[in-house]
Design a protein around this ligand. Structure first.
Ligand code: FAD
Ligand code: SIN
Length: 550
Protein backbone atom coordinates (compact mmCIF):
# COMPACT_ATOMS: atom_id res chain seq x y z
CA UNK A 1 0.00 0.00 0.00
CA UNK A 2 1.22 3.52 -0.79
CA UNK A 3 0.09 6.53 1.26
CA UNK A 4 0.77 10.19 0.53
CA UNK A 5 0.89 13.02 3.05
CA UNK A 6 2.34 16.52 3.30
CA UNK A 7 4.20 15.94 6.60
CA UNK A 8 5.37 12.52 7.77
CA UNK A 9 6.37 12.26 11.43
CA UNK A 10 8.19 9.24 12.86
CA UNK A 11 7.44 9.15 16.59
CA UNK A 12 4.67 10.20 18.97
CA UNK A 13 6.64 11.70 21.88
CA UNK A 14 6.91 15.39 22.68
CA UNK A 15 8.97 16.20 19.56
CA UNK A 16 6.69 14.39 17.10
CA UNK A 17 3.30 15.41 18.51
CA UNK A 18 4.14 19.07 19.14
CA UNK A 19 5.35 19.32 15.53
CA UNK A 20 2.26 17.49 14.21
CA UNK A 21 -0.12 19.89 15.99
CA UNK A 22 1.51 22.87 14.30
CA UNK A 23 2.08 21.34 10.86
CA UNK A 24 -1.58 20.25 10.73
CA UNK A 25 -2.55 23.91 10.34
CA UNK A 26 -0.77 23.86 6.96
CA UNK A 27 -1.42 20.39 5.52
CA UNK A 28 -2.00 16.71 6.16
CA UNK A 29 0.11 14.94 8.78
CA UNK A 30 0.76 11.22 9.27
CA UNK A 31 2.34 10.20 12.58
CA UNK A 32 3.95 6.73 12.69
CA UNK A 33 4.55 5.13 16.06
CA UNK A 34 5.81 1.66 16.69
CA UNK A 35 3.62 0.80 19.71
CA UNK A 36 0.61 2.53 21.26
CA UNK A 37 0.81 6.29 20.81
CA UNK A 38 1.69 7.15 24.44
CA UNK A 39 4.59 4.69 24.66
CA UNK A 40 7.65 6.90 24.49
CA UNK A 41 10.47 8.24 26.69
CA UNK A 42 8.39 11.38 27.04
CA UNK A 43 5.70 9.42 28.86
CA UNK A 44 8.14 8.48 31.65
CA UNK A 45 9.74 11.89 32.20
CA UNK A 46 9.61 12.71 35.88
CA UNK A 47 11.63 15.81 36.82
CA UNK A 48 10.15 18.31 34.38
CA UNK A 49 11.02 20.99 31.85
CA UNK A 50 13.76 23.55 32.46
CA UNK A 51 12.70 27.12 31.74
CA UNK A 52 13.49 30.59 32.98
CA UNK A 53 10.41 31.59 34.99
CA UNK A 54 11.46 32.77 38.47
CA UNK A 55 12.18 36.47 39.20
CA UNK A 56 15.74 35.70 40.36
CA UNK A 57 16.54 33.70 37.22
CA UNK A 58 17.70 34.86 33.76
CA UNK A 59 18.35 33.50 30.27
CA UNK A 60 22.06 34.16 30.84
CA UNK A 61 22.13 31.91 33.91
CA UNK A 62 20.31 29.04 32.17
CA UNK A 63 22.63 29.41 29.17
CA UNK A 64 25.68 29.43 31.43
CA UNK A 65 24.54 26.30 33.32
CA UNK A 66 23.89 24.47 30.03
CA UNK A 67 27.30 25.43 28.62
CA UNK A 68 29.05 24.37 31.85
CA UNK A 69 27.38 20.95 31.81
CA UNK A 70 28.24 20.57 28.09
CA UNK A 71 31.98 20.74 28.92
CA UNK A 72 33.02 23.06 26.10
CA UNK A 73 31.25 21.33 23.21
CA UNK A 74 27.88 23.08 23.15
CA UNK A 75 26.88 25.06 20.09
CA UNK A 76 26.05 28.36 21.80
CA UNK A 77 23.44 29.51 19.24
CA UNK A 78 21.49 26.29 19.76
CA UNK A 79 21.66 26.68 23.54
CA UNK A 80 20.44 30.28 23.31
CA UNK A 81 17.65 29.17 21.01
CA UNK A 82 16.17 26.60 23.40
CA UNK A 83 16.61 28.75 26.51
CA UNK A 84 14.94 31.80 24.95
CA UNK A 85 12.16 29.59 23.54
CA UNK A 86 11.34 28.22 27.00
CA UNK A 87 8.55 30.52 28.26
CA UNK A 88 6.72 30.61 24.91
CA UNK A 89 6.87 26.85 24.36
CA UNK A 90 5.64 26.22 27.91
CA UNK A 91 2.70 28.53 27.29
CA UNK A 92 1.83 26.47 24.18
CA UNK A 93 1.88 23.29 26.30
CA UNK A 94 -0.50 24.92 28.76
CA UNK A 95 -2.74 26.02 25.87
CA UNK A 96 -2.81 22.36 24.74
CA UNK A 97 -4.03 21.47 28.23
CA UNK A 98 -0.97 20.56 30.33
CA UNK A 99 -1.71 21.28 34.01
CA UNK A 100 1.63 22.05 35.68
CA UNK A 101 2.04 21.90 39.48
CA UNK A 102 1.49 25.25 41.15
CA UNK A 103 2.14 26.76 44.53
CA UNK A 104 -0.65 27.92 46.82
CA UNK A 105 -0.38 31.46 45.40
CA UNK A 106 -1.00 30.08 41.89
CA UNK A 107 2.51 30.55 40.52
CA UNK A 108 4.31 27.62 38.87
CA UNK A 109 6.16 25.38 41.35
CA UNK A 110 9.83 25.33 40.29
CA UNK A 111 11.99 22.31 41.14
CA UNK A 112 15.79 22.07 41.26
CA UNK A 113 18.06 19.51 39.56
CA UNK A 114 21.79 18.84 39.19
CA UNK A 115 23.85 21.52 37.43
CA UNK A 116 21.13 24.21 37.68
CA UNK A 117 22.08 27.32 39.64
CA UNK A 118 18.40 28.23 40.16
CA UNK A 119 15.06 26.53 40.75
CA UNK A 120 13.70 26.40 37.19
CA UNK A 121 12.17 22.96 36.60
CA UNK A 122 8.49 23.26 35.72
CA UNK A 123 6.81 19.95 36.51
CA UNK A 124 3.62 18.00 37.12
CA UNK A 125 4.51 16.44 40.51
CA UNK A 126 6.78 13.51 39.46
CA UNK A 127 4.66 12.56 36.42
CA UNK A 128 5.48 15.42 34.05
CA UNK A 129 5.84 13.26 30.93
CA UNK A 130 2.59 11.40 31.43
CA UNK A 131 0.64 14.65 31.68
CA UNK A 132 2.42 16.12 28.62
CA UNK A 133 1.64 13.01 26.55
CA UNK A 134 -1.98 12.99 27.75
CA UNK A 135 -2.52 16.59 26.71
CA UNK A 136 -0.73 16.28 23.35
CA UNK A 137 -2.56 13.06 22.45
CA UNK A 138 -5.92 14.66 23.29
CA UNK A 139 -5.13 17.70 21.17
CA UNK A 140 -3.97 15.48 18.28
CA UNK A 141 -7.20 13.41 18.48
CA UNK A 142 -9.24 16.53 17.90
CA UNK A 143 -7.32 17.56 14.78
CA UNK A 144 -8.88 16.36 11.52
CA UNK A 145 -5.62 16.80 9.58
CA UNK A 146 -3.61 14.36 11.74
CA UNK A 147 -3.71 10.58 11.32
CA UNK A 148 -1.80 8.49 13.88
CA UNK A 149 -0.65 5.01 12.81
CA UNK A 150 0.04 2.80 15.84
CA UNK A 151 2.09 -0.42 15.57
CA UNK A 152 3.74 0.99 12.45
CA UNK A 153 7.52 0.56 12.48
CA UNK A 154 9.60 2.80 10.23
CA UNK A 155 12.17 0.58 8.52
CA UNK A 156 14.13 2.76 6.10
CA UNK A 157 14.09 6.30 4.79
CA UNK A 158 13.31 6.35 1.09
CA UNK A 159 16.05 8.17 -0.83
CA UNK A 160 17.21 8.35 -4.49
CA UNK A 161 18.46 4.84 -4.12
CA UNK A 162 14.86 3.58 -3.85
CA UNK A 163 13.45 5.61 -6.75
CA UNK A 164 13.02 3.51 -9.88
CA UNK A 165 13.56 5.89 -12.79
CA UNK A 166 15.68 8.51 -11.13
CA UNK A 167 18.04 6.16 -9.35
CA UNK A 168 20.50 6.52 -12.23
CA UNK A 169 20.77 10.23 -11.59
CA UNK A 170 21.21 9.84 -7.86
CA UNK A 171 21.87 13.28 -6.48
CA UNK A 172 25.02 14.15 -4.54
CA UNK A 173 22.95 15.17 -1.55
CA UNK A 174 20.34 12.51 -0.84
CA UNK A 175 16.70 13.53 -0.46
CA UNK A 176 14.10 11.93 1.84
CA UNK A 177 10.99 11.05 -0.16
CA UNK A 178 9.23 9.07 2.54
CA UNK A 179 9.64 5.94 4.62
CA UNK A 180 9.19 2.17 4.27
CA UNK A 181 6.96 1.09 7.14
CA UNK A 182 6.13 -2.28 8.66
CA UNK A 183 2.45 -2.48 9.59
CA UNK A 184 3.05 -4.90 12.47
CA UNK A 185 -0.62 -5.98 12.74
CA UNK A 186 -0.94 -6.87 9.07
CA UNK A 187 2.68 -7.98 8.77
CA UNK A 188 3.03 -5.98 5.57
CA UNK A 189 5.49 -3.33 4.40
CA UNK A 190 3.81 -0.10 3.24
CA UNK A 191 5.23 3.02 1.67
CA UNK A 192 4.53 6.46 3.10
CA UNK A 193 5.49 9.26 0.71
CA UNK A 194 5.73 12.82 2.00
CA UNK A 195 6.88 16.32 1.14
CA UNK A 196 8.91 16.38 4.32
CA UNK A 197 9.86 13.76 6.92
CA UNK A 198 10.48 14.57 10.60
CA UNK A 199 12.43 11.99 12.56
CA UNK A 200 11.24 12.20 16.17
CA UNK A 201 11.94 8.60 17.09
CA UNK A 202 13.62 9.22 20.45
CA UNK A 203 16.52 7.60 22.22
CA UNK A 204 18.69 4.51 22.25
CA UNK A 205 18.91 3.45 25.91
CA UNK A 206 18.39 -0.21 24.99
CA UNK A 207 21.82 -0.37 23.42
CA UNK A 208 22.82 -0.93 27.09
CA UNK A 209 21.83 -3.78 29.42
CA UNK A 210 20.53 -1.50 32.15
CA UNK A 211 18.49 1.53 31.16
CA UNK A 212 15.75 3.81 32.46
CA UNK A 213 14.23 3.90 28.94
CA UNK A 214 11.13 1.98 27.83
CA UNK A 215 11.69 -0.77 25.22
CA UNK A 216 10.88 1.51 22.25
CA UNK A 217 14.28 3.24 22.67
CA UNK A 218 16.35 1.19 20.22
CA UNK A 219 18.06 3.95 18.24
CA UNK A 220 16.02 3.31 15.06
CA UNK A 221 16.15 6.93 13.91
CA UNK A 222 19.92 7.25 14.21
CA UNK A 223 20.49 3.95 12.37
CA UNK A 224 17.99 4.78 9.58
CA UNK A 225 19.36 8.28 9.05
CA UNK A 226 22.95 7.02 9.01
CA UNK A 227 22.08 4.39 6.39
CA UNK A 228 20.30 7.09 4.34
CA UNK A 229 23.48 9.18 4.26
CA UNK A 230 22.90 11.70 7.08
CA UNK A 231 25.66 12.91 9.36
CA UNK A 232 25.41 11.71 12.95
CA UNK A 233 27.37 13.14 15.86
CA UNK A 234 28.59 12.92 19.47
CA UNK A 235 27.50 9.35 19.98
CA UNK A 236 30.20 8.70 22.59
CA UNK A 237 28.20 10.90 24.97
CA UNK A 238 25.63 8.50 26.44
CA UNK A 239 24.31 9.90 29.68
CA UNK A 240 23.98 7.52 32.63
CA UNK A 241 21.42 8.64 35.17
CA UNK A 242 22.94 8.29 38.64
CA UNK A 243 19.87 6.94 40.39
CA UNK A 244 17.90 4.01 38.99
CA UNK A 245 16.13 1.85 41.56
CA UNK A 246 18.07 -1.36 42.29
CA UNK A 247 15.43 -3.76 43.63
CA UNK A 248 14.14 -7.05 42.22
CA UNK A 249 11.26 -6.23 39.84
CA UNK A 250 12.13 -2.52 39.62
CA UNK A 251 13.57 -2.78 36.10
CA UNK A 252 15.84 0.25 36.62
CA UNK A 253 12.90 2.51 37.42
CA UNK A 254 14.10 6.11 37.59
CA UNK A 255 14.40 7.92 40.91
CA UNK A 256 14.23 11.50 39.70
CA UNK A 257 17.12 13.89 40.17
CA UNK A 258 14.48 16.19 41.65
CA UNK A 259 14.63 13.94 44.75
CA UNK A 260 18.22 15.10 45.26
CA UNK A 261 17.10 18.64 44.41
CA UNK A 262 14.58 18.28 47.25
CA UNK A 263 17.31 17.37 49.75
CA UNK A 264 17.99 13.65 49.14
CA UNK A 265 21.51 12.53 50.13
CA UNK A 266 23.63 9.81 48.51
CA UNK A 267 25.29 7.45 51.00
CA UNK A 268 27.52 4.40 50.67
CA UNK A 269 26.92 1.21 52.64
CA UNK A 270 28.92 2.66 55.58
CA UNK A 271 26.44 5.54 55.72
CA UNK A 272 28.94 8.17 54.47
CA UNK A 273 27.52 11.05 52.43
CA UNK A 274 30.28 10.58 49.85
CA UNK A 275 29.46 13.30 47.27
CA UNK A 276 31.35 15.93 49.30
CA UNK A 277 34.55 14.08 48.30
CA UNK A 278 33.82 14.52 44.58
CA UNK A 279 32.34 17.98 43.90
CA UNK A 280 31.51 21.21 45.77
CA UNK A 281 27.87 20.96 44.57
CA UNK A 282 27.70 17.48 46.19
CA UNK A 283 24.43 15.71 45.23
CA UNK A 284 23.62 18.49 42.74
CA UNK A 285 26.84 18.24 40.74
CA UNK A 286 26.36 17.58 36.99
CA UNK A 287 25.11 14.09 36.24
CA UNK A 288 28.34 12.70 34.74
CA UNK A 289 30.19 13.55 37.96
CA UNK A 290 27.55 12.01 40.22
CA UNK A 291 27.34 8.83 38.09
CA UNK A 292 31.14 8.43 38.08
CA UNK A 293 31.30 9.06 41.82
CA UNK A 294 28.77 6.26 42.41
CA UNK A 295 30.70 3.99 40.04
CA UNK A 296 33.92 4.72 41.97
CA UNK A 297 32.22 4.01 45.34
CA UNK A 298 30.85 0.71 44.02
CA UNK A 299 34.25 -0.32 42.63
CA UNK A 300 35.92 0.50 45.97
CA UNK A 301 33.37 -1.33 48.12
CA UNK A 302 32.28 -4.14 45.81
CA UNK A 303 28.68 -3.33 46.82
CA UNK A 304 25.86 -3.80 44.29
CA UNK A 305 24.39 -0.31 44.90
CA UNK A 306 24.60 2.88 46.95
CA UNK A 307 21.67 4.49 48.79
CA UNK A 308 19.60 7.61 48.30
CA UNK A 309 18.39 8.84 51.66
CA UNK A 310 15.31 11.04 52.17
CA UNK A 311 14.44 9.75 55.65
CA UNK A 312 15.52 13.07 57.22
CA UNK A 313 12.94 15.02 55.16
CA UNK A 314 9.32 15.70 56.14
CA UNK A 315 7.52 12.47 55.07
CA UNK A 316 4.28 14.21 54.13
CA UNK A 317 6.08 16.71 51.89
CA UNK A 318 8.06 13.88 50.23
CA UNK A 319 4.85 11.94 49.51
CA UNK A 320 3.14 15.06 48.20
CA UNK A 321 6.03 16.02 45.88
CA UNK A 322 6.87 12.48 44.65
CA UNK A 323 3.63 10.48 44.83
CA UNK A 324 4.49 8.24 41.90
CA UNK A 325 7.99 7.38 43.10
CA UNK A 326 6.71 6.85 46.65
CA UNK A 327 3.94 4.48 45.50
CA UNK A 328 6.20 2.57 43.10
CA UNK A 329 8.75 1.93 45.86
CA UNK A 330 5.96 0.99 48.27
CA UNK A 331 4.62 -1.53 45.75
CA UNK A 332 8.01 -3.24 46.02
CA UNK A 333 7.92 -3.19 49.81
CA UNK A 334 10.03 -0.07 50.39
CA UNK A 335 8.71 2.98 52.25
CA UNK A 336 11.24 5.60 51.24
CA UNK A 337 10.23 7.97 54.04
CA UNK A 338 11.52 5.33 56.50
CA UNK A 339 14.24 3.41 54.65
CA UNK A 340 17.03 4.39 52.24
CA UNK A 341 16.54 3.66 48.53
CA UNK A 342 19.08 1.31 46.83
CA UNK A 343 20.22 2.99 43.56
CA UNK A 344 22.70 2.44 40.70
CA UNK A 345 23.44 4.38 37.51
CA UNK A 346 21.71 3.26 34.28
CA UNK A 347 21.84 4.38 30.62
CA UNK A 348 19.39 7.25 30.30
CA UNK A 349 19.86 9.74 27.49
CA UNK A 350 21.72 9.86 24.17
CA UNK A 351 23.29 13.34 23.86
CA UNK A 352 24.40 12.63 20.29
CA UNK A 353 22.23 11.79 17.30
CA UNK A 354 21.37 12.89 13.79
CA UNK A 355 23.13 16.21 13.20
CA UNK A 356 20.86 19.17 12.49
CA UNK A 357 21.18 22.89 11.95
CA UNK A 358 19.18 25.49 13.88
CA UNK A 359 16.15 24.80 11.67
CA UNK A 360 16.25 21.08 12.61
CA UNK A 361 17.33 20.19 9.05
CA UNK A 362 19.61 17.19 8.66
CA UNK A 363 22.14 16.77 5.87
CA UNK A 364 19.58 14.72 3.88
CA UNK A 365 17.33 17.21 2.16
CA UNK A 366 13.67 17.04 3.18
CA UNK A 367 14.65 15.17 6.37
CA UNK A 368 14.32 16.98 9.70
CA UNK A 369 15.15 15.62 13.16
CA UNK A 370 14.02 16.77 16.59
CA UNK A 371 14.06 15.48 20.16
CA UNK A 372 16.36 12.82 21.53
CA UNK A 373 17.13 11.40 18.08
CA UNK A 374 18.78 14.67 17.06
CA UNK A 375 22.18 16.18 17.73
CA UNK A 376 21.46 19.91 17.59
CA UNK A 377 24.55 21.07 19.46
CA UNK A 378 22.57 21.92 22.61
CA UNK A 379 23.99 19.26 24.92
CA UNK A 380 27.66 19.13 23.95
CA UNK A 381 29.43 16.48 26.01
CA UNK A 382 26.77 16.27 28.72
CA UNK A 383 23.11 17.25 28.90
CA UNK A 384 21.88 19.50 31.67
CA UNK A 385 18.94 17.86 33.48
CA UNK A 386 15.47 18.61 32.10
CA UNK A 387 16.79 20.34 28.99
CA UNK A 388 15.65 17.56 26.65
CA UNK A 389 11.89 18.06 26.74
CA UNK A 390 12.61 21.75 26.16
CA UNK A 391 14.96 20.97 23.27
CA UNK A 392 12.31 18.75 21.64
CA UNK A 393 9.70 21.49 21.86
CA UNK A 394 12.03 24.24 20.61
CA UNK A 395 13.50 22.33 17.66
CA UNK A 396 10.14 20.92 16.56
CA UNK A 397 8.97 24.52 16.45
CA UNK A 398 12.00 25.42 14.31
CA UNK A 399 11.32 22.43 12.05
CA UNK A 400 7.72 23.56 11.65
CA UNK A 401 8.70 27.13 10.71
CA UNK A 402 11.12 25.85 8.07
CA UNK A 403 9.05 22.93 6.76
CA UNK A 404 5.96 25.01 5.98
CA UNK A 405 8.09 27.02 3.56
CA UNK A 406 9.76 23.89 2.16
CA UNK A 407 6.49 22.11 1.30
CA UNK A 408 5.40 24.96 -0.97
CA UNK A 409 7.81 23.72 -3.63
CA UNK A 410 8.35 20.10 -2.51
CA UNK A 411 7.15 17.24 -4.71
CA UNK A 412 6.09 13.66 -4.14
CA UNK A 413 7.78 11.08 -6.42
CA UNK A 414 5.72 8.87 -8.69
CA UNK A 415 8.17 6.07 -9.41
CA UNK A 416 9.79 3.96 -6.75
CA UNK A 417 10.85 0.48 -5.77
CA UNK A 418 8.34 -1.48 -3.74
CA UNK A 419 9.75 -3.33 -0.75
CA UNK A 420 10.71 -6.76 -2.02
CA UNK A 421 10.77 -9.92 0.07
CA UNK A 422 11.35 -12.27 -2.86
CA UNK A 423 13.43 -15.25 -1.84
CA UNK A 424 13.38 -14.31 1.85
CA UNK A 425 12.32 -16.80 4.51
CA UNK A 426 10.33 -16.44 7.73
CA UNK A 427 12.61 -16.69 10.72
CA UNK A 428 12.13 -19.63 13.03
CA UNK A 429 15.31 -18.73 14.89
CA UNK A 430 14.03 -16.16 17.39
CA UNK A 431 16.60 -17.37 19.86
CA UNK A 432 19.31 -15.87 17.62
CA UNK A 433 17.65 -12.46 17.79
CA UNK A 434 17.11 -12.42 21.54
CA UNK A 435 20.57 -13.84 22.21
CA UNK A 436 22.25 -11.27 19.95
CA UNK A 437 20.28 -8.43 21.55
CA UNK A 438 21.49 -9.37 25.04
CA UNK A 439 25.01 -9.84 23.70
CA UNK A 440 25.08 -6.31 22.26
CA UNK A 441 23.70 -4.87 25.49
CA UNK A 442 26.17 -6.79 27.65
CA UNK A 443 29.19 -5.80 25.55
CA UNK A 444 28.13 -2.16 25.73
CA UNK A 445 27.46 -2.28 29.47
CA UNK A 446 30.72 -4.04 30.32
CA UNK A 447 33.12 -2.31 27.92
CA UNK A 448 31.56 1.00 26.80
CA UNK A 449 29.95 2.18 30.05
CA UNK A 450 30.65 4.95 32.55
CA UNK A 451 34.41 4.25 32.63
CA UNK A 452 36.13 3.18 29.40
CA UNK A 453 39.66 2.19 28.34
CA UNK A 454 41.45 1.46 25.07
CA UNK A 455 41.52 -2.24 25.83
CA UNK A 456 37.80 -2.41 26.60
CA UNK A 457 36.87 -0.34 23.54
CA UNK A 458 39.04 -2.47 21.23
CA UNK A 459 37.44 -5.61 22.59
CA UNK A 460 33.97 -4.09 22.17
CA UNK A 461 34.78 -3.08 18.57
CA UNK A 462 35.88 -6.60 17.64
CA UNK A 463 32.78 -8.19 19.20
CA UNK A 464 30.43 -5.64 17.63
CA UNK A 465 31.89 -6.06 14.12
CA UNK A 466 31.34 -9.76 14.36
CA UNK A 467 27.80 -9.34 15.66
CA UNK A 468 26.87 -6.74 13.06
CA UNK A 469 28.15 -8.97 10.23
CA UNK A 470 26.13 -11.91 11.53
CA UNK A 471 23.04 -9.75 11.91
CA UNK A 472 23.38 -8.19 8.41
CA UNK A 473 23.72 -11.66 6.95
CA UNK A 474 20.63 -12.89 8.81
CA UNK A 475 18.73 -9.71 7.82
CA UNK A 476 19.43 -10.25 4.10
CA UNK A 477 17.98 -13.77 4.20
CA UNK A 478 14.98 -13.20 6.46
CA UNK A 479 11.56 -11.53 6.14
CA UNK A 480 11.44 -8.30 8.06
CA UNK A 481 10.04 -8.18 11.60
CA UNK A 482 10.05 -5.54 14.33
CA UNK A 483 12.49 -7.46 16.54
CA UNK A 484 14.92 -8.07 13.69
CA UNK A 485 14.85 -4.43 12.61
CA UNK A 486 15.48 -3.29 16.18
CA UNK A 487 18.35 -5.73 16.53
CA UNK A 488 20.01 -4.41 13.38
CA UNK A 489 19.53 -0.82 14.53
CA UNK A 490 20.89 -1.54 18.02
CA UNK A 491 24.00 -3.12 16.52
CA UNK A 492 24.48 -0.18 14.14
CA UNK A 493 24.16 2.40 16.91
CA UNK A 494 26.41 0.35 19.23
CA UNK A 495 29.07 0.25 16.54
CA UNK A 496 28.82 4.02 16.05
CA UNK A 497 29.05 4.65 19.81
CA UNK A 498 32.18 2.49 20.04
CA UNK A 499 33.72 4.18 16.99
CA UNK A 500 33.06 7.65 18.41
CA UNK A 501 34.47 6.66 21.81
CA UNK A 502 37.64 5.28 20.21
CA UNK A 503 38.02 8.41 18.09
CA UNK A 504 38.07 10.76 21.12
CA UNK A 505 41.44 10.47 22.85
CA UNK A 506 40.66 12.46 25.99
CA UNK A 507 38.09 12.46 28.79
CA UNK A 508 35.34 15.04 28.59
CA UNK A 509 31.80 15.23 29.93
CA UNK A 510 30.18 11.82 29.70
CA UNK A 511 33.14 10.18 27.98
CA UNK A 512 35.72 9.01 30.51
CA UNK A 513 38.63 6.75 29.63
CA UNK A 514 41.41 5.62 31.96
CA UNK A 515 43.94 5.85 29.09
CA UNK A 516 43.35 9.59 28.59
CA UNK A 517 41.91 10.67 31.96
CA UNK A 518 42.28 14.43 31.37
CA UNK A 519 40.31 16.86 29.24
CA UNK A 520 42.53 18.04 26.37
CA UNK A 521 41.35 21.37 24.98
CA UNK A 522 44.37 21.70 22.69
CA UNK A 523 43.38 18.83 20.39
CA UNK A 524 39.93 17.56 21.31
CA UNK A 525 37.70 20.57 21.86
CA UNK A 526 35.45 19.59 19.00
CA UNK A 527 32.45 17.41 18.30
CA UNK A 528 32.69 13.92 16.77
CA UNK A 529 30.85 13.53 13.48
CA UNK A 530 30.37 10.37 11.50
CA UNK A 531 29.07 9.46 8.05
CA UNK A 532 28.66 6.11 6.30
CA UNK A 533 30.98 7.25 3.46
CA UNK A 534 33.54 9.34 5.37
CA UNK A 535 33.99 7.63 8.76
CA UNK A 536 34.77 9.75 11.85
CA UNK A 537 35.77 13.42 11.53
CA UNK A 538 35.71 16.48 13.75
CA UNK A 539 34.20 19.07 11.43
CA UNK A 540 31.29 18.90 9.05
CA UNK A 541 32.25 19.13 5.36
CA UNK A 542 28.91 20.59 4.27
CA UNK A 543 26.43 23.34 4.97
CA UNK A 544 25.62 22.50 8.60
CA UNK A 545 28.30 24.49 10.40
CA UNK A 546 28.48 24.81 14.15
CA UNK A 547 30.59 27.25 16.09
CA UNK A 548 31.33 25.42 19.26
CA UNK A 549 31.54 27.23 22.57
CA UNK A 550 35.27 27.90 22.30
P1 FAD B 1 10.22 9.85 22.66
O1 FAD B 1 9.36 10.52 23.64
O2 FAD B 1 11.04 8.74 23.13
O3 FAD B 1 9.30 9.32 21.48
C1 FAD B 1 9.83 8.52 20.47
C2 FAD B 1 8.70 7.97 19.64
O4 FAD B 1 9.23 7.36 18.47
C3 FAD B 1 7.89 6.89 20.33
O5 FAD B 1 6.54 7.14 20.03
C4 FAD B 1 8.34 5.60 19.65
O6 FAD B 1 7.37 4.58 19.63
C5 FAD B 1 8.62 6.11 18.25
N1 FAD B 1 9.52 5.28 17.46
C6 FAD B 1 10.80 4.92 17.74
N2 FAD B 1 11.30 4.19 16.73
C7 FAD B 1 10.31 4.09 15.80
C8 FAD B 1 10.20 3.45 14.54
N3 FAD B 1 11.20 2.74 14.00
N4 FAD B 1 9.03 3.54 13.86
C9 FAD B 1 7.97 4.23 14.38
N5 FAD B 1 8.03 4.86 15.57
C10 FAD B 1 9.18 4.78 16.26
N6 FAD B 1 13.89 14.85 30.03
C11 FAD B 1 13.57 16.04 30.58
O7 FAD B 1 13.80 17.08 29.95
N7 FAD B 1 13.00 16.10 31.80
C12 FAD B 1 12.71 14.99 32.53
O8 FAD B 1 12.19 15.08 33.62
C13 FAD B 1 13.05 13.73 31.99
N8 FAD B 1 12.82 12.60 32.68
C14 FAD B 1 13.06 11.39 32.08
C15 FAD B 1 12.73 10.22 32.76
C16 FAD B 1 12.88 8.99 32.14
C17 FAD B 1 12.52 7.72 32.87
C18 FAD B 1 13.39 8.93 30.82
C19 FAD B 1 13.56 7.61 30.13
C20 FAD B 1 13.77 10.09 30.16
C21 FAD B 1 13.60 11.32 30.78
N9 FAD B 1 13.93 12.51 30.13
C22 FAD B 1 13.63 13.70 30.70
C23 FAD B 1 14.37 12.48 28.75
C24 FAD B 1 13.18 12.80 27.84
O9 FAD B 1 12.04 12.16 28.37
C25 FAD B 1 13.38 12.35 26.42
O10 FAD B 1 14.62 12.75 25.95
C26 FAD B 1 12.30 12.96 25.53
O11 FAD B 1 11.03 12.62 26.05
C27 FAD B 1 12.42 12.46 24.12
O12 FAD B 1 11.30 12.87 23.41
P2 FAD B 1 11.17 12.48 21.89
O13 FAD B 1 9.87 13.00 21.42
O14 FAD B 1 12.40 12.85 21.18
O15 FAD B 1 11.16 10.87 21.90
C1 SIN C 1 14.95 13.15 36.29
O1 SIN C 1 13.82 13.42 36.68
O2 SIN C 1 15.92 12.93 37.03
C2 SIN C 1 15.19 13.10 34.84
C3 SIN C 1 15.43 14.44 34.34
C4 SIN C 1 16.11 14.38 33.03
O3 SIN C 1 16.51 13.32 32.55
O4 SIN C 1 16.28 15.45 32.45
Amino acid sequence: MIQETDFLVVGSGIAGLSFALKAAQQGTVAVLTKKQRAESNTNYAQGGIASVIGPDDSFDLHIRDTLTAGAGLCYRDAVELIVKNGPERLKELMDWGVQFSRKENGSLDLGREGGHSKNRIVHVSDLTGREVERALINAVKEHPNIAVYEDHVALEILTEHHLGETSEKAAKIPHAWGVYVLDADKNRVDIFLAKIVLLASGGSGHVYLHTTNPPIATGDGIAMAYRAGAWVGNLEFMQFHPTALHLPGANYYLISEAVRGFGGILRNSRGDAFMKNYHPLKELAPRDIVARAIDAELKKSGDPHVFLDVTHLNPERVKERFPNIYNFCLSLGLDLTRAQIPVVPAAHYMCGGVVTDLQARTSVSGLYASGEVACTGVHGANRLASNSLLEGLAFSHQAYLNAVEHIKTAKIPKVLHEWSEEGLVNSDEWVLISHNRVEIQTVMWDYVGIVRSNLRLERAARRMNLLLNEIEDFYKRTKVSEKLVELRNLATVAKLIIGSARYRRESRGLHFTTDYPERDDRFWKHNTFSHRDFGFVHSLPHSIVWDEDL
